[in-house]
Design a protein. Structure first.
Length: 527
């Protein structure tokens, strides 16, 4: 196995994890990954193309020399696997010749994706019939025990693509058991996943042959079966005869089996009805399939958690929206009644120097504004679902232009200092902070927006008197001291809501050299 060399021809970056998995089966240098264009520069050198190069050699000679360092010699190649060629628009006939030259006496295996990209000419070359010559690259399907390792690797690669497309653990388990039979020749197989609540290994998928041979098995509690030992130790166990398995599970008949850990997810078992030797190749290929299955389960788990998080965010946003609408409705109705009756009373009453109805009308107007402001505050708390990469300086300057800043000045970071944010809500955040600075530090205040020294977020600082005796933790409460830059006591409360909606944290403190500083930890900085 250590001498096996595989050349993986593909244009897809998504295949890199598969290369790593193959390397676990082969020696670390066993997989060479190249694009189809590299084959052309490696093997198709024409005398007519001798453009001088800056190093004294021709461009063609230089390209060939560079490619030669990446590709093994044909006599060292055991298998060439041609995979996804999306975006490649080269000549299929030329590619066939390149593959023949590279493979030497080895095999050329084409996945379904490669056949789609290269059409019938390459498929014909895969069977050795493109030019009527002998079938030098035989890919005839035989039993897994009779099939050479290189061919099995190609089939396993195809099966892994199916695994990676599965969108939940049961689908991954189905694909894994199918691959165990179709690719590796283990018709008896099953996947058990760990249930941390019940502390059991629960069967989620069993091949039809498994049901026929051993029947439907229950979930296994800790220590009840060999599966737990494999799960806890993280090491595969192989048995040429099921009677040799050291646990108390009743088994009848004969057979051979391999138990394989699936990381923190569970255990994968593969076997045959007849007992006998489990070869080193059997075990290593099964371990490779189990490793691929673990990666697929991890991917499915991440996507599940992402879907759940998106669902929670949507539910939270909808709940906030309903609350804000209901609160606005409940408050506006009595206000409208009061305002209408005040108008009627004023029209029928004599106007005096001190008109109490005018004062009442002003109060209702202010209350209506308060309702609008709190409605805005509630909506600022909606979780941000779509982020954009924005320049901190540009958003700050736009916000500064909308605030009455008198003689105040603003200093911003370089334009390439960026972060992921909702630009509109970030601008509102800056507007509230700038109004607060002008109101509390004076009309000639100097305000600085900058990245944090450790590059984990940004800060807004002014050169005013600072917070004095005010507790900075009270600043972000609606109506709290120092939070009334908008006249309604919710300016800085809105700043905190906007930060939380982005997943950020905000703190306020007196700056070491005087003034107030608001620090935002974002973890979203990209520039």
């Amino acid at each position: 196995m250590s001498d096996t060399r595989v050349v993986h021809v593909t244009t897809s970056d998504e295949s890199a994890p598969l290369d790593d998995l193959w390397a676990r089966l082969l020696d670390p240098d066993g997989v060479t990954r190249v694009g189809p264009a590299s084959l052309a520069t490696r093997w198709n050198v024409g005398d007519e193309d001798t453009t001088p190069a800056s190093d004294g050699g021709s461009a063609t000679e230089r390209d060939v020399a560079e490619s030669a360092t990446d590709l093994p010699a044909p006599e060292a190649v055991d298998c060439v696997i041609v995979d996804d060629l999306g975006g490649w628009d080269g000549d299929a006939t030329v590619l066939v010749d390149d593959l023949d030259a590279l493979a030497g006496s080895g095999r050329v295996l084409l996945t379904a994706a490669a056949r789609d990209a290269t059409s019938e000419r390459v498929e014909a070359a895969d069977t050795g019939a493109a030019d009527g010559t002998d079938d030098t690259h035989d890919t005839t399907t035989t039993s897994a025990r009779e099939t050479d390792t290189a061919t099995l690797l190609g089939r396993l690669h195809e099966a892994t693509r199916t695994l990676m497309r599965a969108d939940d653990p049961p689908a991954v388990a189905r694909a894994a058991t199918a691959a165990a039979d179709d690719v590796l020749g283990f018709p008896i197989s099953g996947v058990r996943l760990y249930d941390p609540d019940a502390e059991v290994l629960r069967p989620v998928e069993m091949s039809p042959e498994t049901d026929d041979h051993v029947g439907r098995r229950p979930a296994y509690s800790r220590g009840e079966a060999i599966h737990w030992r494999v799960f806890d130790e993280g090491e595969s166990r192989a048995f040429a005869d099921v009677s040799e398995i050291p646990d108390d599970v009743e088994r009848s008949g004969s057979g051979s089996v391999i138990y394989l850990p699936l990381g923190t997810y569970g255990v994968f078992s593969v076997g045959r009805e007849t007992g006998g030797e489990i070869t080193d190749r059997d075990r290593r290929l099964a371990e490779l399939l189990a490793a691929n299955t673990t990666v697929a389960l991890d991917r499915a788990d991440r996507e599940r958690r992402l879907r759940e998080r998106e669902g929670e965010l949507t539910e939270k946003n909808d709940r906030l929206e309903r609350f804000a609408d209901a609160a606005a409705h409940d408050l506006r109705n009595p206000l409208n009644v009061v305002a209408a009756n005040v108008d009627i009373a004023r029209e029928s009453a004599d106007v005096v120097d001190h008109d109490p109805l005018a004062a009442a009308a002003d109060a209702t107007d202010r209350m209506a504004e308060v309702v609008d402001r709190y409605l805005t505050l509630a909506r600022h708390g909606r979780v941000v679902e779509e982020l954009e990469t924005v320049s901190l300086a540009r958003v700050a300057e736009t916000a500064w232009a909308t605030v009455a800043t008198d003689a105040a000045t603003l200093r911003v970071p370089p334009e390439d200092y960026s972060l992921e944010a909702d630009p509109e809500r970030l601008r509102t955040l800056f507007e509230n902070l700038f109004r607060n600075a002008v109101e509390h530090a004076g009309p000639d205040v100097r305000v600085t927006v900058a990245g944090t020294p450790d590059a984990t977020g940004f800060l807004v600082r002014d050169d005013g008197p600072g917070f004095g005796d005010t507790d900075p933790t009270d600043l972000f409460e609606p109506g709290g001291t120092g939070s009334d830059s908008d006249g309604f006591g919710i300016g800085l409360a809105s700043v905190e809501r906007i930060a939380e909606a982005h997943g950020w944290t905000v703190t306020a403190a007196d700056a070491a050299d005087g003034g107030a500083v608001f620090r935002f930890e974002t973890d979203h900085r990209s520039g």
